[in-house]
Design a protein around this ligand. Structure first.
Ligand code: DGL
Length: 260
């Protein structure tokens, strides 16, 4: 079977890939960490489209039959462009605003995302479509992606950032926080501790995995495991070191060749 391609600005997309593998272990997959250009959160939409195009070209060259844009920021900036310019299906991220609106009991939710994700109007249109009577507070979270890229999931600096971003939302009455960046599920344990009991944290990795599974026919033999291949546009050794920790087992990472 042809592989699926999965990419992110760095290692955050592993939180999506792990859900895909849990649901469909038979699917061969190629993961690209755009670590040489991380974070996307401070980039313009045009710069993100350029990166998404370079990675898509590489993945198609490797035979990818479907591409998962495992990055909310890249989805917001680039998925429409990718769908208009390539014929393979693209599955993107959609922050869990709709389920959060359904889940809140206080009538207040918080949306944590990158600066670039909050800069365009796509996320705000999603919020307007689903908010109903619910108050939605958005919170840009500079620095969190970098902490995950360093593998610092619950050190003092990471906790200080999480506290700074989550506390005002909770003080404003939010009982549900949307993890609107694929890096943030790796901070779930620390954030849950900081937020305290009664605060629900929502991400959409599992929903994306369901969508991928629905688009691709299942292999009849249940025990087939699709091989996983890993690429980085940064230092492959560094990506392998932190990526292996986040993935839960050692991974061998190759450099993604950039087109001249
Ligand atoms: N994982 C990306 C996302 O979901 C992070 C973007 C960034 O590099 O800032 O938005």
């Amino acid at each position: 079977m042809a592989p699926i391609g999965v990419f992110d600005s760095g290692l955050g997309g592993l939180s999506v890939l792990r859900e895909i593998v849990a649901k469909r272990p038979d699917l061969p997959a190629i993961y690209v960490a755009d670590s040489g250009h991380c974070p996307y959160g401070a980039k313009s939409a045009d710069q993100i489209i350029e990166r998404a195009t370079a990675i898509t070209d590489f993945l198609l060259g490797q035979g990818a039959q479907l591409i998962v844009v495992a990055c909310n920021t890249a989805t917001i900036a680039a998925v429409e462009y990718l769908r208009a310019n390539y014929s393979v299906p693209f599955v993107g991220m959609e922050p869990a605003v709709k389920p959060a609106v359904a889940a809140t009991r206080t009538g207040v939710i918080g949306v944590l995302a990158t600066g670039a994700a909050l800069a365009g109007d796509k996320l705000h249109r999603l919020i307007d479509r689903h908010r109903g009577e619910v108050r939605v507070i958005t919170q840009p979270c500079p620095g969190l992606v970098e902490q995950v890229e360093r593998g610092d999931l619950d050190g003092p600096e990471t906790r200080a950032l999480l506290t700074r971003y989550a506390e005002p939302l909770i003080a404003a009455g939010a009982d549900t926080l949307v993890l609107g960046c694929t890096h943030y599920p790796f901070l779930r344990a620390a954030l849950a501790e900081i937020a305290g009991p009664g605060i629900t944290l929502l991400d959409t990795g599992e929903a994306v995995a369901r969508r991928v599974a629905s688009l691709l026919p299942a292999v009849p033999t249940a025990d087939v495991r699709g091989p996983l291949r890993w690429y980085s546009t940064g230092d492959p050794a560094a990506t392998a070191a932190v990526g292996g920790r986040l993935w839960g087992q050692a991974i061998k990472v190759d450099a993604m060749p950039e087109a001249p």
